[in-house]
Design a protein. Sequence first.
Lengths: 293, 233
Amino acid sequence: MTNFIQQIVSGLASGGIYGLLALAIVLIHRSTGVINFAQGEMATLSAFVCWTLVDHGWSFWPAFGATLLLSFAGGVTLQAVVIRPIQNGPLLGIVILTIGLLIAFNGLDTWIWGGAAKQFHGPFSTAPIRVGGVAFSKQDLGVIAVALIAVALMWLLFAKTRVGLGLRAAAVNPVESRLVGIRVAAMLALGWGLAAVLGAVAGVMAAPSLFLEPNMMQTVLLYAFAAAVLGGMDSPIGAVVGGLLLGVLLNLVGTYVHWIGGELRLATALAVILGVLLVRPSGLFGRTALRRA
Amino acid sequence: MSLLELRDVEARYGEIRALHGVSLTVDDGDFVALLGANGAGKTTTLRAISGTVKTSGDVMLDGSKVFRRTPEAMARKGVAHVPEGRGTFATLSVLDNLRLGAWVHGNASPRDLAHVFEFFPRLYERRTQQAGLLSGGEQQMLALGRAMMAKPRLLLLDEPSLGLAPLVAREIFGVLGQMHETGTTIVVVEQNAMLALSHAKHAYVLETGRVVLGGEAADLRQNESVRRSYLGY
């Protein structure tokens, strides 16, 4: 029983990271239909930036804050400089461009920081904390807390602010948005910036347990895709819930179904993708837009 | 003084020319109807004004030429365009749709919202519902309400009565009349020429991308060819 609860909590921690990255993917997908394959490598780059700041003597939280700001600026710039010029071209071209970006960022990381894995000391100790006989890792609880705070702030931004309303409107109906005066191009760039920030949170939170190296987020990206498909590609809440569910599911399956173990973790995630697409293609929370005939 | 003037405006969709040099003027405080058969260029004329189609020729607001004619720039200049098919934000709530109408003014003021709900009590009842679930008439009310939130100087409407029951269509035009009385300049494209001419002050008739006739709405109602082609008696 203790083990069961521990597995759930550590599943929620990795699931929180999948959920953050899935949310980043969903934010871009719902507004433009583009799947950003570079989202994971952008997160890795952010983690490297944070590591470098800490390595230069910054303490963690200021370095984290600066990393988020830089990631935001980077995401906005990337959209404006690389994506916008081909925005009106075929969707497939943009998606392939993001695969190119994946490779480019991966190469950039290796070029700057080398391929060897780095120890990233996170803000949370790995020491256990005991609650009623069950030991939780402080790191797991910290990651869960950070992920939930990030998601809550994102929700507040989208649901409660004027700019959030503009972001939602631009995603739903860009043509109409321009008619009411919304600068849709700016909203799309802002969306990329926010996605980059979410990815940065995921990357920095993942780095202490995964070891920082250029390929760090590649499998995480696949889990994030699985989470996004599970929750519904166009549902932000679905991405987060899908991530958490997937994290817990993978942990439990890995622990209790012995023939799966750690090696078939990724295969399990892909089975989830396939299962969801077969049974409920719109995902748990995805909905086809309601419209009266 | 004229609020809006088009001088020799041409527009094309790819290879197909939709406007062959449209010239017309709309006075401040005017209520203008654009009449014409399908494909005459009525919708494209509205789109030329709101910047949603690429055009050559001059669009003048308050007597000076507008150079940057993007939809968002025109919205900032006080032009509100309600396209055909209402064009609401289907998955957003009615309230969010109305708030978006006030985008160019910053946050929507509660007073303006209350004002719209006074005109359309139905929208208040349905304020938390998704706009896509409203009936056709309610969607048109929402589109109008959203335009009211923008407090536009110039309101462009495309086929506001399309697909609506005659009673609802008259209600919509009644609201347009009230907006006009409070100083909004209106340009409306309308298939129902009778309805349009009974509310508008002036009208233009378009044929194959050109203005072929223009004048006081009352005079056009008496005009022999307008009667035969558009009023049907």
